[in-house]
Design a protein around this ligand. Structure first.
Ligand SMILES: Cc1cc2nc3c(=O)[nH]c(=O)nc-3n(C[C@H](O)[C@H](O)[C@H](O)COP(=O)(O)OP(=O)(O)OC[C@H]3O[C@@H](n4cnc5c(N)ncnc54)[C@H](O)[C@@H]3O)c2cc1C
Length: 468
């Protein structure tokens, strides 16, 4: 058996039924797609959300990423709107114990995965958006600079979705790539951040673990245990830090630990190898935790990711490319649709290099312009989430779930505006978009232009209405 891409077969012409004709179709039900679908539907668009799995959440549920990255800049929430609503709903739904622990926390809140799946189902349905699970979008039909249809495959067969506006929230910019939008992947040598197979264990003893940290001096003690195990050959070389240790209850913990190198998340063969390598690593890690870390002697593995966690694949070329200088100078833009305060967090591409981390000062953030989501050459397609147009460093920061919620919400509101106007995404009046986002809870910063201009435009819109 080979994976020989030189041999091709020509398929016979096919006639497919048109299965759905929504105003807006969202492909991908991760953080960005969930927020996009809710926002589009709440703003009056007939919206369909397509997801290849049987539940929503993307990396946060399918790959068991154990916690939400910070919503704040260290002083105040930067990510608000739909993303913050969903976080609070999860806390409320996760039960009294969880709520008591995390009620006032906005940064690094652990993910209670089954609760979160249900919250996402309920909130998307409540918005009026329709859901179609177990469905893959695998072909786009083009008409000049427009997408005229999306071919989907599921147990019902293949069919075409004809929408006015298309939101690519696949995390991998699948639609954009299928539509021929140019993109980059990884670093200069094509190197990609590693994947991680996350998992959840039960039977841990949080009190005992915290006592161990107190006695031996917090996090370095854990790194010492990792290094000792690496020296003894009980763990492979590489990542020293157990960064994502998230206590869901006093006995149940989610882990983001270890790396699988050299995988491209847009290749099925790489994902297959990584799934198996990831599970093998977990086995070693469980043995390590039981042997070296007090509080974990009796842990039991209950769940590993349905797939390896993928940190980066494609970054589209959009109308603007957000670059590290914009991040470092905390730049604001006239067309900001979100603010980002999360640090640049690029994981090592192989076991012998180091992580690259750059923080902004507390209380500071930079703007995320609308143009980053507009793929070159396509008028009715927008991309939200970890594959928007940026350099690699900025992708290492923008990629986290709170930011994806914020970008998704903006894409959804923009789609609803464009649908009503019968226009493409570039014709969306930016002030109207910003005003709606602010009205609907998003925070676009204290950048003076936006709030004031949005207000001024609201006034002129009212005057115009009365004259009409
Ligand atoms: C190991 C790891 C640890 C991380 N740690 C954190 C953390 O602690 N906190 C944090 O906030 N973020 C973290 N992140 C980052 C974050 O989880 C992701 O970057 C984020 O989920 C991206 O959101 P998204 O909506 O762009 O894409 P995704 O979450 O990847 O969602 C994309 C969705 O689209 C679906 N899909 C893809 N292609 C198709 C298709 N063709 N047809 C139909 N459906 C499709 C997928 O099934 C998926 O549900 C981590 C990521 C990884 C991998």
């Amino acid at each position: 058996m080979t994976n020989n891409q030189q041999h091709v077969v020509t398929l016979p012409p096919q006639q497919l039924f048109v299965s759905y004709t929504p105003d807006v179709v969202v492909v991908g039900g991760g953080a960005s797609g969930i927020a996009a679908a809710i926002a589009a539907a709440r703003n009056g668009a007939d919206t369909l959300l397509i997801e290849q799995r049987g539940y929503l959440g993307g990396m946060g549920t399918a790959a068991l990423v154990p916690a939400f990255c910070p919503y704040t800049d260290g002083e105040k929430p930067v990510i608000r709107g739909i993303g913050l609503e969903l976080l609070e709903k999860m806390k409320q739904a996760a039960g009294e114990g969880f709520l008591a622990r995390y009620k006032d926390q906005l940064d690094w809140v652990p993910i209670d995965v089954e609760t979160l799946k249900l919250v996402y189902d309920e909130e998307v349905q409540a918005s009026g958006a329709k859901l179609l699970f177990h469905t893959v979008a695998d072909q786009v039909l083009l008409d000049g600079d427009r997408i005229s249809g999306l071919v989907i495959s599921n147990k019902s067969g293949r069919s075409v979705v004809q929408a006015k506006l298309y939101i690519d929230a696949s995390g991998d910019a699948d639609l954009a790539a299928l539509a021929g939008v140019p993109f980059q992947s990884g670093g200069e040598q094509g190197e990609l951040q590693p994947g991680t197979m996350c998992y959840v264990v039960t039977g841990a003893d949080q009190a005992r673990f915290h006592q161990f940290l107190q006695v031996s001096g917090q996090a370095p003690s854990l790194e010492n245990s990792v290094m000792e195990a690496q020296r003894n050959g009980d763990l492979p070389d590489g990542r020293k830090k157990i960064s994502g240790l998230a206590w869901i209850t006093e006995t149940t913990v989610g882990f983001n630990f270890g790396h699988v190198f050299g995988i491209d998340g847009t290749k099925a063969e790489d994902l297959t190898r990584a799934a198996m390598e990831g599970r093998r690593l977990i086995k070693e890690q469980i043995q390590f935790l039981r042997k070296y870390v007090p509080g974990f002697e009796h842990i039991h593995l209950v769940h590993s990711g349905d797939q390896i966690g993928i940190r980066e694949t494609r970054r589209i070329q959009g109308d603007y490319r957000l670059v590290v200088d914009d991040f470092m100078t905390m730049r604001s833009f006239e067309d900001d649709i979100a603010r980002n305060a999360y640090f640049i967090d690029i994981h090592l591409a192989n076991a012998s290099t180091t992580m690259q981390v750059k923080h902004l000062p507390r209380g500071k953030s930079h703007g995320v312009p609308y143009r980053c989501m507009l793929p070159q050459g396509k008028s009715n397609l927008i991309v939200a989430g970890r594959s928007v147009s940026s350099d690699r460093a900025v992708q290492g920061s923008l990629r986290v779930m709170p930011n994806c919620f914020a970008m998704g919400q903006a894409a959804g509101v923009a789609a609803a505006i464009a649908s009503l106007a019968g226009s493409g995404f570039r014709a969306v009046p930016i002030r109207e978009l910003q005003r709606k986002l602010i009205d609907q809870g998003a925070w676009l910063g204290e950048h003076p232009g936006i709030a004031e201009a949005a207000e001024a435009e609201a006034v002129s819109a009212i005057v115009f209405d009365t004259e009409n």
